[in-house]
Design a protein around this ligand. Structure first.
Ligand SMILES: [Zn+2]
Length: 499
């Protein structure tokens, strides 16, 4: 009768976002509230679905914290968050036989640049050396040595754009049950690759990264590996162990796991040149968009809130206005002041506001617009993919000239069309749509636009990685440094040695 403790802590940060994030960025679920994720596309939901098929499993839902991507977590925020999570774990651990933790892996806090490593090492201390701990991770996470020393197994997203949140949780849950039922003796092989990657080749459906992920999946399906994955880190999370890495979890056979991890890492390394952002200059993209039938998307990955940017860039809007682009433009922007001014003025009113440029002041400059308030909302909705809720705070749709801009008060992921729809606008009614996300699912935009331009613009999450100014991650690393040697060596982690 296994009793399984469930916890969650997910945030992805950009070290280049000048605004720290805080405790109140997190949506907290305590105890049985975590079970409210059932039916969603989340790792916890996937794990709950697997555990739910077993009449003999007792759930110990403990604590969940999920934040949108943002800047470095403040020291006070981290202390409160980690304290609450660990207190909640400590309160239930005596009843538990095993632990499942859903993590993102790309957290960073003031004074603690490996938050997940800290949490897992404390959970290991509380749980004792013998208790199985399995984690799920985003492929953009930074899985550290300290994390690997605490866990018995892991499962990693296999899709980008991510659609397999629940599937990953389910794989982690099945692995945890296997460890308990079959008394498995897993070994984890890790090979790190000194490369940061970005760009369209990471799209797993079409890109070369996807070809390698399918090899990892094949290893799982052929039962060579209990779990396999390739993590690429979040290049904007400037922490000591930022890198790409291959992880193979295998039953006992460390040699085979290490050999497969080496093989995938060696296949990955020469592809690093292809896996870089290919950006087009903004003025050139506008000049081309002017004569295209359209519609077109301007992807502004540099200000991608889902990667941790501020979301207040108005660079593309200003350039379109300056260039006299006259067709219908739809954009999104984070600007709490402009949203408040619109709410104070009311629907139908004219407002003159400074739009954008209020958060990342080092990179952006406010632009003055006089706009009509088309509509107002509380900014709540549900994402297309995960079906989880978002709360962008007071939101306004402002219209000026040929521009329609959805102005939100808080950063939320802009990875799909949900924010637009929730505010009564449909991207398909426009000629040029600004999307502040590196990639969306194919059906969302690429399926029906003439061209999706990857715009070279400033921002805390620019795909021009050399423009960002990393100071913490281990060097040399491609593409930040000119001379990078790849001298791979597998490291094995063997949890049951503790037992
Ligand atoms: Zn991710």
């Amino acid at each position: 009768m296994p009793q399984i403790l469930i916890a969650e802590c997910m945030q992805e940060i950009s070290s280049f976002n000048p605004l720290p994030s805080d405790y109140d960025y997190f949506h907290i679920q305590r105890g049985v509230e975590l079970l409210g994720q059932r039916g969603l596309n989340s790792a916890v939901a996937g794990a709950l679905a697997v555990f739910g098929t077993r009449g003999d499993v007792t759930l110990l839902p403990c604590y969940g914290a999920r934040s949108g991507s943002a800047g470095l977590l403040s020291a006070a925020g981290w202390q409160r968050l980690s304290g609450e999570l660990l207190d909640a774990v400590a309160a239930r651990i005596a009843e538990a036989d095993a632990v499942f933790v859903s993590l993102h892996g790309a957290m960073g806090a003031e004074g603690e640049l490996d938050p997940e490593g800290f949490l897992l090492s404390r959970i290991r201390e509380i749980a004792g050396p013998a208790m199985p701990i399995v984690i799920s991770l985003d492929l953009h996470g930074i899985l550290t040595d300290r994390m690997l020393r605490q866990v018995d197994g892991l499962a990693i997203y296999h899709t980008y754009p991510h659609v397999d949140f629940a599937d990953t949780g389910a794989r982690a849950a099945r692995l945890l049950l296997d460890i308990i039922d079959r008394r498995l003796d897993p070994v984890i092989a890790r090979v790190t690759i000194p490369a940061l990657v970005r760009g369209d080749e990471l799209i797993t459906r079409t890109g070369c990264y996807g070809d390698l992920i399918r090899e990892a999946q094949r290893l799982e399906r052929d039962r060579v590996a209990l779990a396999a994955g390739i993590m690429i880190g979040n290049p904007f999370t400037d922490v000591p162990e930022l890198c790409s890495q291959v992880l193979i979890v295998a039953e006992r056979d460390g040699e085979r796991a290490a050999a497969e991890a080496m093989r995938l890492a060696q296949e990955f390394w020469p592809l690093r040149h292809r896996m870089q952002g290919k950006l087009i200059a903004l003025d050139r993209a506008i000049a081309q968009a002017k004569w295209m039938a359209g519609p077109v998307v301007f992807t502004d990955a540099a200000d991608a809130t889902s990667s941790g940017a501020t979301g207040d860039s108005n660079v593309i809007l200003a350039a379109l206005r300056e260039a006299g682009y006259s067709r219908r433009v739809l954009a999104q922007i984070v600007d709490p002041q402009a949203a408040r001014a619109a709410h104070e003025a009311g629907v139908g009113a004219q407002v003159t506001v400074q739009l954008g440029g209020g958060l990342d002041r080092g990179r952006f400059t406010p632009m003055t617009v006089t706009a009509t308030v088309e509509s107002l909302s509380r900014g709540c909705g549900r994402f297309e993919t995960g079906r989880s809720g978002f709360d962008a705070g007071p939101t306004a749709v402002l219209a000026f000239d040929n521009f329609t801009v959805v102005v939100i008060s808080r950063t939320v992921g802009l990875v799909d069309r949900a924010l637009y729809w929730a505010n009564g606008v449909d991207p398909q009614d426009f000629d040029l749509i600004v999307v502040k996300c590196p990639h969306t699912e194919y059906r969302m935009y690429d399926a029906w636009v003439e061209k999706n331009f990857n715009i070279d613009a400033p921002g805390a999450t620019s795909a021009d990685l050399r423009s960002l100014g990393h100071t913490i991650c281990a060097r040399p690393i491609y593409p930040l440094d000119a001379e990078v040697k790849f001298d791979p060596s597998p490291v094995l982690y063997h949890a049951p040695r503790r037992r």
